[in-house]
Design a binder for this molecule. Structure first.
Ligand code: SAM
Length: 277
């Protein structure tokens, strides 16, 4: 086994999803860096892996200090494997600061890929996957949730969020207002017995969860903007910006073409701006 750090994905529900490379590497590593030693030791026991090694905690709040310790251990010849409680480390889980520090220290980093909830959810959703944005966890407080979702309102791509059963209904209500007619999907219990992915509008999904109270871990997805959806644009701001470097006539022409707007309406607005109204 080459000296360095191994970033290893573990199952998100179905133990059978552990890879042969993950098993081999977890068995061979001297040290296991994990979020919760109890969770990882349980996984080792379920998979029948060699428990005779050092387990150290790596969490968001102690990642920088633990990274220094891990680098010293690797430099002294030990091999370290990093796992999270479930799924792919670093994806809404600790690890990127450790990886950055290892890179700075010239340590070799290896990836042992496997289950990742956002990828499984996208695969089931039927939403476009050629282009997507993963935005992690949605804040819990009402205003923070709305502000957070608003940032992505005009982004024309599939949006992917991590969510919990407790909050999904509040999120769907807010998303219905913000993303309006866009397609949505919720994937839950991925790779487990009750795995499902429900697709529909925000109100259809809300109706579903009123009849079937939400349970388990969830991924919430919003499809790209619809072709026929009215684009919300700030015409005044756009024109002001363009009129700094272009004539009024050119600014009107460019804006009307770019945003598919009526040229006369844009011209009227440009004249108002020019005359300081
Ligand atoms: N790093 C993990 C990954 O991407 O594979 C995710 C860790 S994050 C702390 C936990 C969140 O991932 C959950 O709240 C849920 O949104 C999502 N998740 C994890 N396992 C899942 C599952 N089996 N089904 C649906 N969502 C899951």
């Amino acid at each position: 086994m080459k000296n360095g750090i191994y970033i290893i994905a573990t199952p998100i529900g179905n133990l059978g999803d552990i890879s042969a490379r993950a098993i081999e590497t977890l068995n061979a590593a001297d040290i296991i860096a994990c979020e919760d030693t109890r969770v990882t030791k349980k996984l080792f026991s379920l998979l029948g892996l060699d428990m005779h090694k050092t387990f150290i905690k790596l969490e968001d709040h102690n990642e920088e200090q633990q990274a220094e310790k891990i680098i010293e251990l690797i430099n002294s010849g030990k091999t370290v494997a990093q796992v999270s409680d479930a799924g792919s480390p670093l994806i809404s889980d600790p690890g990127y600061k450790l990886v950055r520090k290892c890179r700075e220290a010239g340590i070799k980093i290896f990836t042992i890929p496997g289950a990742c909830a956002l990828i499984c959810a996208l695969q089931l959703s039927g939403l476009p996957t050629n282009n997507f944005m993963f935005a992690g966890f949605i804040p819990n407080k009402e205003k923070a949730r709305k502000d957070f979702l608003m940032q992505y309102k005009n982004l024309n791509t599939t949006l992917v969020f991590y969510e919990t059963a407790l909050r999904i209904q509040k999120t769907l209500s807010a998303a219905g207002e913000i993303f309006q007619n866009r397609d949505m999907a919720v994937a839950r219990e991925l790779t487990k017995v009750y795995e499902e992915c429900i697709a529909g509008s925000a109100s259809e999904l809300l109706e579903h969860f009123e009849k079937n109270p939400p349970k388990g871990e969830m991924v919430f997805m919003v499809g790209p903007l619809k072709e026929n959806a009215p684009k919300e644009i700030n015409l005044e701001e756009i024109l002001k910006e363009k009129m700094v470097s272009a004539s009024l006539k050119d600014a009107v022409k460019q804006t009307a073409e770019e945003y598919n707007l009526n040229k006369n309406d844009v011209y009227k607005k440009a004249l108002e701006l020019k005359n300081g109204q």
